[in-house]
Design a binder for this molecule. Structure first.
Ligand code: NAD
Length: 496
């Protein structure tokens, strides 16, 4: 796949081991968000292509499910090694199609690579349990078996990490898979799959289709698919969860978020501002773990506001693909830019005050919004309730930690929240009282790590078993309990 030519790449589908251009009535554009230039064209597939992919995955399933887990792990070891070899290339591709800085893109690839490392341990992770003599002459054991053909539908904001949350664990568990990359960033996903093919992927074990709503609905309703992994916005996550569950599939669906950062008066000022800057403006605020509401508790609020504005003024916003010194890149596309600036306007109309305006002083080309801080934000304003998914931070000024936690717990979302404090007592109480799944103590982004599940709550997750970690293995396998009676008639002599 060429990624440097000026002619846009034409993306293809992978079905049964063969890359090909599908017949598609519609094609979408993939942009370099730093420049607005079209770098690729992506086909919008329909139900017919999904059906072909399901057939290929179903054909490949019996042999792959029967492959010893140590051999499946062997594929993951080879894949891991190829991902390391192509690490910089992948990071550059992420920057090019997503707009995040190269450093952020390296984090994106690294976090995903760690999931592949986790999947290398599948032979141990997927072991069952046993209890000899569970009843007279009867031994009991559990086996974890693959669920069948699985589908993965990732969002645009982590082009490498989120697809890698899905297919490596699923394949390692013995399933076959259909990946539908985000139509906004399909190049990285395509390259990730090419490398898996190079590592020795058998034909049909992983298939790739492209598109949007139509292809997602075909995946959620196809009778040949057993499980759907989805990550994206809350309205789509809710819909995918309901539709796929109605069609008898197990579903894990990560949704949107509105994460809170609580700063106590005793927090270390320098490290706190650094962490809050990273949480709010890293990846231009396009992270499901992005800090969106900053609560300066009591006396913490005023100095925090001042220091934040200074740090935001110093943050270099620019073309991340061309300028390695840029510290923050663009948002994904023009509709995202319009939506974000629209939400800032709405906040101002509802009475918030601009402490720093990111709508001005940004590059004219590409899809840029600079770091923005709104003060005087009240809990009922749209800017305080809705996911913005851009570099906009809303400052609240609760008087006490109790008030801060109560405010945070009013959110319908439940991905993450962090506290900054020198007090173990406050930190402990916060971790117990906050109603969300990922909790940070003096950490801006309590990031999803491969060895743990990513435990979103409430409207940030629909389903039961989360993505990644041991919950990933449980999601992609189903248990069988085997009871065996062998009451032979030879006389036993016990050794004690
Ligand atoms: P999105 O919901 O627009 O798209 C996600 C996926 O769903 C894409 O593959 C897209 O093609 C598909 N899709 C879009 N509209 C659809 C529809 N109407 N019907 C069926 N499928 C549809 O999300 P996005 O803009 O790509 O990503 C940003 C969102 O993802 C944010 O809300 C962010 O918080 C969330 N996110 C959540 C997590 C998590 O783990 N909870 C992680 C990353 C991102």
């Amino acid at each position: 796949m060429s990624t440097t030519s000026s002619k846009p790449d034409e993306l293809t589908v992978l079905i049964g081991g063969r890359w090909r251009a599908p017949a598609a009535e519609r094609r979408g554009s993939v942009f370099n968000p730093s420049t607005g230039e079209v770098i690729a064209r992506v086909p919008f597939c329909g139900a017919d292509i999904v059906d072909e992919a399901v057939r290929a995955a179903a054909d490949a399933l019996p042999a792959w499910a029967d492959t010893p887990p140590t051999r499946r792990a062997g594929l993951m070891f080879r894949y891991r090694s190829l991902l390391e070899t192509h690490f910089e290339e992948l990071a550059r591709l992420v920057t090019r199609e997503n707009g995040k800085t190269l450093e952020e893109a390296r984090g994106d690839v690294r976090r995903g690579l760690e999931v592949v490392e986790f999947a290398c341990g599948i032979a141990h992770l997927a072991k069952g349990e046993s209890l000899p003599q569970v009843a007279e002459h009867i031994d009991g054991l559990t086996m974890r078996e693959p669920v069948g053909v699985c589908a993965g539908i990732p969002p645009f904001n982590f082009p490498a990490m989120v697809p890698l949350w899905m297919f490596p664990i699923s394949l390692a568990c013995g399933n076959t898979f259909i990946l539908k990359p985000s139509e906004k960033v399909p190049l990285t996903a395509q390259r990730l799959v090419e490398l898996l093919v190079e590592a020795g992927l058998p034909n049909g074990v992983l298939n790739v289709v492209h598109g949007g709503k139509e292809v997602v609905e075909a995946l959620c309703t196809h009778p040949g698919i057993a499980a759907v992994s989805f990550v994206g916005s809350t309205p789509v996550a809710r819909r995918v969860y309901a539709l796929a569950a109605e069609h008898g599939k197990r579903v894990q669906a990560g949704g949107g978020a509105k994460n809170v950062l609580i700063v106590m008066p005793d927090a270390d000022p320098d490290s706190t501002v650094r962490a809050v800057m990273g949480a709010a403006f890293g990846c231009a605020g396009q992270r499901c773990m992005a800090g969106s509401i900053l609560m300066g508790v009591g006396d913490a609020a005023e100095p925090l506001r001042r220091r934040m504005v200074e740090a935001m003024d110093a943050l270099k916003v620019g073309d991340t693909a061309a300028d390695p010194s840029a510290e923050m890149g663009p948002v994904i596309d023009e509709p995202a830019r319009t939506r974000i600036t629209g939400l800032i306007d709405r906040g101002l109309a509802e009475g918030a005050k601009l402490a720093r305006d990111g709508r001005a002083g940004v590059p004219a080309r590409g899809f840029f919004v600079g770091p923005t801080l709104l003060d005087g934000v009240q809990p009922d304003m749209a800017i305080a309730r809705e996911e913005i998914f851009g570099p906009v931070l809303a400052l609240h000024r609760p008087r006490t930690i109790e008030e801060a936690v109560a405010l945070a717990n009013r959110s319908p979302f439940g991905n993450g929240a962090s506290i900054f404090t020198a007090s173990g007592q406050w930190a402990r109480q916060f971790a117990r009282d906050i109603r969300c799944g990922m909790v940070g103590v003096n950490v801006g982004i309590p990031a999803p790590m491969a060895l743990f599940p990513f435990t979103g709550w409430n409207q940030s997750f629909f389903g039961d078993l989360h993505l990644q970690g041991m919950e990933g293995v449980l999601f992609y396998t189903r248990q069988k309990v085997v009871l065996s009676r062998w009451d032979g008639n030879y006389r036993r002599t016990l050794g004690w």
